[in-house]
Design a protein around this ligand. Structure first.
Ligand code: F6R
Length: 244
């Protein structure tokens, strides 16, 4: 454990390249890594770089296991808005990760029970090797909305108005954004061996500083990364960090 390493880069393009170096190194040192790939807009350039490197034969993702971070509730599998679909298009297919190497979140049946079972299974598998995360404007990680403690389990959540407003940008309007979701719990993200948190754009400036420099607590779930057990690197662009 140590304080997060903060890498300030010029812009979103450089962020994609720098993050691709970090992820390539992490997978080179643990070829059969379990990887949590966030969806959202921030990591898309990173995933494009990884796909190009794989295509060029620079990097092998065959033994990697992808572990789903979060998903909306109440959508059909074929719905254009599922986060699984987004992960599939941006990460699984471009990196040729086979179906049997994907661990999905529970979406059916008694979800409280299913999430407990998921967490028990997660404990037996051991820590995630690499979590690639984005930062919500309210400080969420995955859909661990504030307040979320550091031990928060995998569970169903109500999305906050701020998250619904932000996600409206993905799908159209706020009415297009489901209000409930399931998220991998904070406890698993904070136990990851390596965390790469990606932050871009001026809209994230206030929350980036609060998460990395303000009080640590459930009101800003990402602030707990400063107490995480693994190696945490934050790659942030100048628009999100400022010039200092
Ligand atoms: C998405 C996710 C969210 C996003 C965050 C930032 O799977 O878990 O926590 O990472 O909301 O989203 P963007 O990157 O679109 O700003």
């Amino acid at each position: 454990m140590g304080l997060p390493r903060i890498m300030v880069v010029d812009d979103a393009d450089e962020l994609g390249r720098v993050a691709a170096d970090l992820v390539t190194d992490a997978i080179a040192s643990t070829p059969a890594a379990s990887v949590v790939p966030a969806t959202g807009r921030t990591p898309m350039k990173l995933y494009a770089h990884l796909a190009a490197r794989r295509e060029a034969g620079l990097f092998d993702t065959t033994p990697v296991t992808a572990v789903q971070l979060d998903e909306y509730l109440g959508l059909a599998n074929s719905d254009r808005r599922t986060l699984f679909g987004w992960m599939d298009r941006s990460f699984l297919q471009p990196l040729c990760i086979a179906d049997e190497r994907v661990i999905r979140l529970p979406l059916d049946g008694d979800l409280d029970e299913a999430c407990d079972a998921y967490d028990r299974d997660r404990e037996t598998r051991g820590p995630i090797d690499l979590a690639i995360l984005g930062l919500g404007e309210n400080g969420h990680l995955g859909f661990n909305e504030p307040p979320s403690g550091s031990e928060a389990p995998t569970r169903t959540v109500e999305l906050s108005p701020m998250t619904i407003a932000a996600n409206a940008g993905y799908w159209g309007t706020e009415a297009d954004v489901p209000t409930r979701a399931v998220t991998m719990g904070m406890r698993h993200l904070l136990a990851a061996r390596t965390v790469v948190l990606l932050v871009t754009g001026e809209r994230k400036r206030s929350i980036a500083h609060r998460a990395l420099e303000g009080p640590i607590g459930p009101e800003i779930p990402a602030s707990f990364l400063r107490e995480a057990t693994g190696e945490v690197t934050v790659v942030v662009d100048r628009a999100a960090w400022g010039d200092r």
